[in-house]
Design a binder for this molecule. Structure first.
Ligand SMILES: [Zn+2]
Length: 345
């Protein structure tokens, strides 16, 4: 399978901190994640390619101009504030985001950042942009006729809304891939198997009937992102019925996850998409530091197999999955499972 990754550029972003239960902790979305995943695809013999520079177009297709400007310029402005933190980190949030747009860097950080898990440092924008380029290149490759491609995106993207960063995510790479595929296909489905609900992806397409969004995840009633991901959220206006959430009890194992995925995929098949985006989080793993669900390495192979059996042109976009011994094995297991059904490689 062709793998798209701009390793050097996507490694540069190095967030240092985030708050856990209010306490400052080292940020787990570290460059080493990329190294482990890259090593896995090298060992498995996949064909790695540098993405092309798609400019701002694919990002602007799913994010507001205010937000794109914020991401690209805020670090420089923040660094000029006397005694400001080393990374852009919000300390105030609006109660309602439909009011006037703030002019100050501090106001804009609050406006555009949902939590403290997505600090912006000197090299962040470079990595964010190239992570999105990897998604766009993989989607373009599939759009051009390949059966599948894997975008090794880092930083991840599925918590990013059209104008809001959150949960280690800035630009929504899965949404970028779907938007690229939409040029060729009338209907595109996004299936998110990350431990956490894909709230940003849901938000971006919530009022649209041309992109179906499915997410299987740990029940947000007691888990991040808390305020999104409940089964009752089904889309809005023209998008009503085009979003499906399948929250699972904490600690759910392979069979429970796969049962839910099978139910969700029935909806995907009824939507009859021309192409698929898989938002591939590997943090539902039983040994992941987030400890929310208990999917095994073998379980990722079964998840990959189910998605491969859909037989759709597919762009696989890397989302979460944090440092643990099996991180690379889980990716290999998923990709092997996906290709098991005799799909063209
Ligand atoms: Zn996650």
């Amino acid at each position: 399978m062709k793998v798209f990754c701009a390793a050097e550029r996507q490694r540069a972003h190095y967030p240092r901190n985030f708050l856990v239960n209010g306490a400052r902790q080292p940020n787990p979305e570290v460059p080493e994640r990329l190294d482990r995943l890259l090593q896995s695809v090298v060992v498995e013999g996949h064909d790695i390619e540098e993405p092309s520079d798609h400019g701002l177009g694919p990002i602007a297709a799913v994010h507001t101009p205010e937000y794109v400007r914020f991401l690209s310029r805020i670090y420089e402005r923040w660094a000029r504030i006397p005694e400001a933190s080393e990374e852009v980190t919000p300390n105030i949030h609006p109660d309602c985001r439909s009011t006037a747009y703030p002019l100050s860097a501090v106001g804009q950080a609050g406006y555009h950042m949902a939590d403290t898990a997505c600090p912006i440092g000197p090299d962040s924008w470079e990595s964010i942009r190239w992570s999105a380029n990897s998604a766009a290149s993989a989607a373009q490759h599939v759009s051009d006729g390949a059966h599948c491609a894997y975008a090794l995106c880092r930083p991840p993207g599925h918590h990013a809304f059209s104008d809001l960063a959150g949960g280690f995510c800035y630009v929504n790479n899965s949404a970028v891939a779907a938007a690229v595929l939409r040029h060729r296909h009338a209907r595109v489905a996004i299936v998110d198997v990350d431990l956490h609900h894909g709230n940003g992806t849901q938000g971006i397409f919530y009022r649209r009937a041309d992109i179906f969004t499915l997410s299987v995840h740990a029940d947000p009633i007691r888990f991040y992102p808390f305020f999104w991901g409940h089964a009752e959220e089904r889309g809005e206006g023209p998008g009503l019925g085009y979003n499906r959430n399948l929250p699972l009890p904490r600690g759910s194992q392979d069979d429970t996850f796969l049962d839910a995925l099978d139910r969700g995929l029935e909806s995907v098949q009824a939507f009859a998409p021309g192409a698929l985006v898989v938002a591939l989080g590997l943090d539902a793993f039983e040994g992941d530091p987030f400890g929310g669900l208990s999917v095994t390495t073998e379980g990722f192979g079964r998840i990959g197999e189910r998605l491969g059996q859909l037989g759709l042109p597919t762009t696989i976009v890397q989302e979460g999955g944090y440092l643990c011994d099996a991180l690379g094995d889980n990716l290999a297991s998923f990709l092997t499972g996906f290709e098991a059904d005799g799909a063209v490689k």
